[in-house]
Design a protein around this ligand. Structure first.
Ligand code: AMP
Ligand code: GLY
Length: 435
């Protein structure tokens, strides 16, 4: 089925400003620029990948420089601002830019609490009757530690606020849980340390369901599976995500239907009841239990990274049409989201030492060869230094394969990553090991 451009959009008439500098943002820019309707993308601050694309320009502003971003958007006459990361959303970038008359894809500050406060999200889930892990919230260490002792281990200790994916400890022993509680209340996560959420430990497989919401209608994208731990076999520290694939077969159509009714629609109804009009991505991180049931581990208020890098290559509906439909609250009038057949898989190449300390500025080679193998390479922590592409972050590249099935897509991703090199490069060799 062909898609007619939505009202007011004509060929090459749309300019988009994308906020962020990760693999997710490179994938968003890449997808947007495939559309006939997109004239130009402006990226703040962007990375080495977005620096190199035709019709895309990077501007070195901070993601929370709302005034600067607003001016840039006005100067370029952008139609739509798309916000990638959670930090500017939690700080209210959407509220600010909307006040300046701009259209923004991404929830408001009040709505972003669904990610920015785990205690707030937990209360919302309880109010809405959304299945989630049993939890208790504490404001001081003593009571939290007594609770842990009474509950036993394993148990999960979470800092309340944004902590760049590092605020969660799955504690195997009471001592480890207590150390995590101390670290949080001693301020290791800054203002994220005002509350501690202590949660029942769940086992099973994690699935990321990213959904588009216009505040009235919510529609899921293809379910993806991330690999959060640094080590093979899902061991070691949590990271932002080391690889992903979509669609994941564990989220069967029947399960997706239940997630739609029991999670996504309930969340939107509960938000609406609070007077929150949620327009953007609602990302539910779910644990699928061994019995095939599910519980929500967390909500995020944005596209997942690296999930976006495997969802967007399969999207057939023009992305900007969906994003604008969310902002203009007409998602319910859109035809069903169309997908290409097949599977996409991505493997993250990280700097040695990540998620701990790592060095930057290492020269990156082999991307052209990876692309010649058929892989798509989304940049994350990269930049140009005197015309040389160098590392500039923990997660550096996302090497993505698209194929008829999981095996062909993952083979393409690994064939691609084997062409790439930088000093200290690390990647997991077992992405998709559960398939
Ligand atoms: P969160 O930021 O809340 O998603 O937590 C980060 C990661 O910690 C999740 O992706 C899981 O791998 C793990 N995790 C969080 N909550 C739990 C839980 N209740 N049981 C087991 N693992 C969890
Ligand atoms: N991949 C996990 C996240 O985006 O939070």
């Amino acid at each position: 089925m062909a898609f007619s451009p939505c009202k007011g959009l004509t060929r090459k008439s749309v300019k988009v400003l994308v906020v962020g500098n990760g693999g997710r943002e490179h994938a968003l820019v890449w997808k947007l620029l495939q559309s006939e309707q997109i004239e130009q993308v402006v990226c703040v601050p962007g990375n080495g990948g977005t620096a190199n694309m035709e019709n895309c320009r990077n501007f070195p502003l901070a993601v929370d420089d709302f005034e600067g971003i607003s001016k840039l958007a006005q100067e370029h006459g952008v139609t739509l601002v798309v916000v990638g990361p959670e930090v500017p959303l939690a700080k209210g970038i959407t509220n600010y830019l909307m006040q300046q008359g701009l259209m923004v894809f991404g929830p408001t500050k009040a709505a972003a609490q669904i990610e920015a406060s785990k205690a707030w999200a937990k209360a919302l889930m309880l109010e809405a009757g959304i299945p989630t892990a049993r939890a208790a919230v504490f404001t001081e260490a003593g009571a939290a530690k007594s609770y842990v002792k009474a509950q036993g281990t394993p148990i999960v200790v979470k800092a309340d606020g944004l902590a760049a994916g590092k605020g969660v400890t799955v504690a195997e022993t009471v001592a480890a849980a207590q150390a995590a509680i101390d670290a949080i209340f001693q301020g290791q996560f800054g203002s994220a340390g005002k509350f501690v959420v202590i949660e029942e430990y769940l086992t099973g497989q994690e699935v990321s369901v990213l959904a588009l919401s216009d505040g009235l209608t919510i529609r899921p994208l293809l379910p993806a599976q991330d690999h959060k731990r640094i080590g093979e076999g899902d061991t070691g520290e949590n990271t932002g995500g080391m690889g992903a694939y979509a669609p994941t077969p564990i989220a069967t159509p029947a399960l997706m239907e239940r997630i739609q009714k029991e999670v996504l629609e309930k969340a939107i109804a509960a938000l609406t009841a609070k007077g929150i009009d949620y327009r953007g991505v609602l990302y539910a991180g779910l644990m699928i239990t061994p019995e095939g049931d599910f519980k929500v581990l967390e909500f995020n208020c944005r596209f997942g990274d690296p999930e976006t890098q495997v969802i967007l290559p399969l999207l057939a509906t023009p992305l900007e049409e969906l994003l604008l439909a969310c902002v203009q609250q007409r998602l319910g009038q859109m035809p069903p989201i169309a997908w290409k057949s097949g599977v996409a898989a991505t493997v993250v190449a990280a700097s040695g030492g990540y998620p701990g300390e790592y060095e930057q500025g290492k020269v990156i080679t082999g991307i052209e060869q990876a692309v010649a193998q058929g892989a798509t390479v989304f940049h994350a922590g990269t930049k140009f230094n005197q015309q040389q592409l160098v590392t500039n972050g923990g997660r550096v590249l996302n090497v993505t394969g698209v194929g008829e099935n999981f095996h062909s897509s993952i083979a393409q991703a690994y064939a691609g990553i084997q062409c790439i090199n930088f000093e200290g490069m690390y990647y997991r060799r077992d992405i998709g090991h559960r398939v």
